[in-house]
Design a protein around this ligand. Sequence first.
Ligand code: UDX
Length: 424
Amino acid sequence: MNVCIIGAGYVGLTTAAVLAKLGHTVHCIDENEQKIAALQRGEIPIYEPRLAELFTDHQSRLFFHHDGQKHIQEADVIFICVGTPPDVKGKPDVSYVNRAIDMLIPHVNDHQTLVMKSTVPIGTNERIYERLKNEGKHVRVVSNPEFLREGSAIYDSFHPDRIVIGLRDDDDRSLSIMQTLYAGIHAPYVVTSLSGAEMIKYAANAFLATKISFINEMARLCDTYGVEVVDVAKGIGLDGRIGPHFLQAGIGYGGSCFPKDVTALIQMAYEQMVRPYMLEATKAVNDTQINWYVQKMKRTLGELAGRRIAVLGIAFKPNTDDIRESPAVLLITKLHAHGADVIAHDPKATLPHDVAVKQAKTIDEAVKKADALIVATDWDAYKQLNWEEVKRMMNGNAVIDGRNSLPREAIINAGLHYIGVGRR
Ligand code: UDX
């Protein structure tokens, strides 16, 4: 098929690579001229495992344009993959989506299918359909949210748990078009209304975020009772009704989706006059998790002012350079505000400019002479440290495992003091 993708961001580029690999011809359009020029030179603006390899392997079917009217007109399917960043109240700002529709309207025709991948407020796709119809464009509109995790987006695209397709009741063609487009990807289809698909996306992220906040709250309780939260997570996770995933306690969830989508759903609920008790609690636990952790550190280390603290990890999770809503950055900022002499490290991510903290080039440089070491992002490189070596380099002996992912025994055997989240 001939596919046009509007928006060469994280979702757009991943979708482009996956569809090219499935054999489709893909034209990616973005209003950012510099980004398109870089992509045309073969430079990829984001770090995502396997993306570069797919771009190289399928370059004969993958094109990037700043001005792509002709390709819009010739496309069978048009994907919208533009950002919906939160506005001041935390509601998704759909202005990029609206701009994309403005740009498309003169060029689309009745044979085409418009697929929404951007996470949009519930009701948006219905409104887009009505708008197109009022302009005399009887384009099919499909809501097809993505559930990709950064760092494993390509794997997730080829092995999704499900493919969600939202359609209008009178649309009898789009489902088979989407099945043809995704032929080769084996997953159950969930077919629902346009708004149903939008709601599924928010509900999925809100539920996963809730699981994390739940186990983080249990971790706080475990701390007071001297109970292992890791055992609790295992003990409840083996119950098939609960499931083992997203029960790793830590310094909280971050990234471009969970914080934004939980806040957005809360705002939508308020608009509908529904009090979102659960979502408020999920957000409240996450918003206070860093403070809770800093207090716990103070109890262990005493005063933080003047202490040299190495923070390993800046990205919001491993295998990405993304620092959006990163709990690690928040922790670094808080420690700095408490007067600690913080030095940060990350294999891929860079500290934002407004954080006046030194970033070390190597792990050794960060760890040397540190009074305490905190792992804030669970990169493999940190899990595999030589703890005897770490002990020799450090000034103090506190190893603080902000992700409960380090080998506790090895750390204790090296003569270091291990402090986890909700762990004895
Ligand atoms: C998430 C969803 O998983 C994905 O389906 C959706 O499309 C986008 O949002 P992503 O943000 O890439 O993906 O990362 P994910 O791996 O889900 O982690 C999100 C955050 O939760 C990270 O900060 C991570 O460290 C944290 N997390 C995750 C925990 O603290 N504990 C867990 O058990 C799992």
